[in-house]
Design a protein around this ligand. Structure first.
Ligand code: 5RP
Length: 225
């Protein structure tokens, strides 16, 4: 199976997983990226079953809207049963690196509002130790050089993602060369640097369920921590 076929397989599995939760009036939280796009396209086939969605990026809002799915402002809803999103890396504790698509802050906010976070990923995203994928950090633009110096002190090699502005109008720094053995500690430490909006570690609030696509089929991992 190709990577695209694996993404489509986990997207279908995610829709099967959330269908019983789509009671009338339900709002679905939707992530960003190519795997999330596959999910949106599958979800759209069932749009009569739920009320609408909250989007974690402008790109996702557009794709949902193009399918005729109503997109709600997060401030106008009480929360949601489920949030579905991809990841750049996942470990066995379902701690994630996200933000390859620069949507990490909105993704983290929507995930925080959801009762259940379902991560969908092809098997290439599974790692023993997080950090091979450069860790994205969203920063207020005027703080960029300062934050890069602070990230170097934490042992990383920060690189400015030139030419990219987030949906919030901020810059992205990608931190290379990390071997993240304590993701919760590093997530908290980076978020404490002045000028950081948030970083792409999802460890203080990891995924609750991971649907991982492999050639042998979609495996389901449940976070029991
Ligand atoms: C965007 C993300 C994505 O979930 C992550 O980059 C995975 O993307 P893809 O499904 O295209 O591999 O965090 O900010």
């Amino acid at each position: 199976m190709t990577q695209d076929e694996l993404k489509q397989a986990v997207a279908r599995a995610a829709v099967d997983y959330i269908l019983p939760k789509l009671v009338k009036g339900a709002i679905v939280g939707v992530g960003t990226g190519s795997t999330a796009n596959c999910f949106i396209d599958e979800l759209a086939k069932h749009k009569a079953l739920f009320e609408g969605a909250v989007a974690s990026s402008e790109a996702t809002a557009k794709r949902l809207g193009d399918h005729g799915i109503k997109v709600y402002d997060l401030n106008n809803i009480e929360g949601m049963a489920v949030y579905v999103d991809g990841a750049d890396e996942t470990d066995a504790n379902l701690c994630l690196i996200k933000g390859g698509g620069a949507a990490l802050t909105r993704e983290k906010i929507v995930a925080a509002c959801a009762q259940e976070f379902v991560c969908i990923a092809d098997g290439s995203k599974w790692v023993d130790v997080l950090g091979n994928f450069p860790l994205p950090v969203e920063v207020i633009p005027m703080s960029r050089a300062y934050v890069m110096r602070e990230l170097t002190k934490l042992g990383g090699e920060p690189k400015y993602r030139e030419g990219v502005l987030t949906d919030n109008g901020n810059d992205i720094i990608d931190v290379h060369g990390l071997s993240i053995t304590n993701p919760v500690e590093l997530e908290v430490a980076i978020n404490a640097i002045v000028g950081v909006v948030t970083n792409g570690l999802f460890a203080t609030r990891p995924a609750d369920v991971l649907l991982l696509g492999r050639a042998s089929g979609v495996e389901t991992f449940v976070n029991n921590l």
